[in-house]
Design a protein around this ligand. Structure first.
Ligand code: NAD
Length: 297
């Protein structure tokens, strides 16, 4: 069997287009554009690339992008003051503080300071709690993007299906498992202390790999026909003479493709969905913060 390759780039482009059209509708009703504030602290190269990409995508979706770039030695109280100003700013619907933060800053305290109504990353404990008890709230962008890709293939009801999530982080693994549970899948969360991981993965109809270890999940770990969502982004060491190493996921793609029913590639799978969902969450925040009925998106 050769698996269908799930085109995350195309799915993300469709979502961004819907969000862009609805942002125009919002602007007509509210007489302002939705606004996303992104806070970057320090000079981390990867973070600068992400923040730049988010800013461009925000403007392309007919929203305002407010970028705040602070020096690497910014003290905690200065960052908290900025977050409070953004919480109070009516032009700002969503606030995202780019992680990781420099060591003198406490990420948990910063996330806790963001108004849950503007927490478009869905990292605030109030939104994490809402997800856990099945209430409406902001859901972290990467797992929600994974669910949207799964939904295109399997619909929104995964009753009777076994799902295995590998990884238990607060930003990917745990919320992913909650979403799969809400969709009625039978969910297992595997992690670094799981024994016989290959055997656990082999019973899954849906595998979500969010570990950060290049090509860890092998083709012979997979149930034939399974759907594989590969969240991992890992850079291999460069080939001799080449500048940068290749990007790969947590799943050995070439092997997995021979066994799985469908699989997301890296790059071009989950990654593009993450930014598209961030825009979607910002749009939803704009409607909610303005007291307007939010669209079904
Ligand atoms: P993390 O380091 O916070 O969590 C990794 C998880 O993997 C942990 O829960 C750990 O228990 C588990 N793990 C570690 N070693 C393991 C092993 N040998 N076997 C089984 N489980 C093991 O990472 P994260 O933030 O959840 O991100 C995971 C991966 O997803 C990274 O590669 C990251 O770059 C990528 N990521 C991609 C996107 C995207 O937009 N595509 C977004 C977020 C994260």
């Amino acid at each position: 069997m050769t698996a269908e390759v799930i085109d995350g780039k195309a799915a993300a482009a469709r979502l961004r287009e819907r969000v862009g059209a609805l942002a125009l509708d919002f602007a007509r009703q509210a007489e302002r554009k939705p606004g996303l504030a992104v806070v970057l602290i320090g000079e981390d190269a990867a973070s600068q690339v992400y923040v730049g990409a988010k800013g461009k995508a925000t403007v392309a979706a007919n929203m305002n992008s407010f970028e705040h770039h602070l020096p690497a030695d910014t003290p905690q109280d200065a960052l908290l003051t900025l977050v409070e100003q953004l919480n109070a700013d009516k032009a700002v619907d969503g606030i995202l503080v780019q992680l990781p933060l420099p060591p003198q800053l406490d990420a948990q305290a910063v996330i806790a300071a963001i108004s849950p109504d503007k927490d478009v990353d869905g990292f605030h404990v109030s939104n994490a709690g809402r997800l856990a008890v099945g209430q409406d709230g902001f859901v972290p962008c990467t797992p929600l993007g994974c669910m949207m890709l799964l939904e295109e293939r399997h619909g929104s009801d995964l009753s009777g299906m076994e799902a295995v999530v590998i990884g238990r982080s607060n930003i990917v693994g745990k919320p992913m498992a909650q979403l799969l549970l809400q969709a009625n899948a039978t969910v297992t969360i595997a992690h670094s202390r799981t024994r016989n991981l290959a055997e656990v993965v082999r019973r899954a109809d849906v595998v979500v790999a969010a570990v950060g270890l290049a090509e860890m999940v092998r083709g012979d770990w997979l149930k034939p026909g399974a759907t594989i969502i590969d969240v991992g982004i890992n850079r291999l060491p460069p080939e001799p003479g080449a500048g940068k190493g290749r990007l790969v996921g947590d799943v050995a793609f070439a092997e997995a493709r021979e066994v799985a029913g469908a699989i997301t590639p890296v790059p071009g799978g989950v990654g593009p969905m993450t930014i598209a969902v961030l825009l979607r969450n910002t749009l939803v925040a704009a409607y909610q913060n303005s007291g307007l009925a939010k669209p079904d998106i």
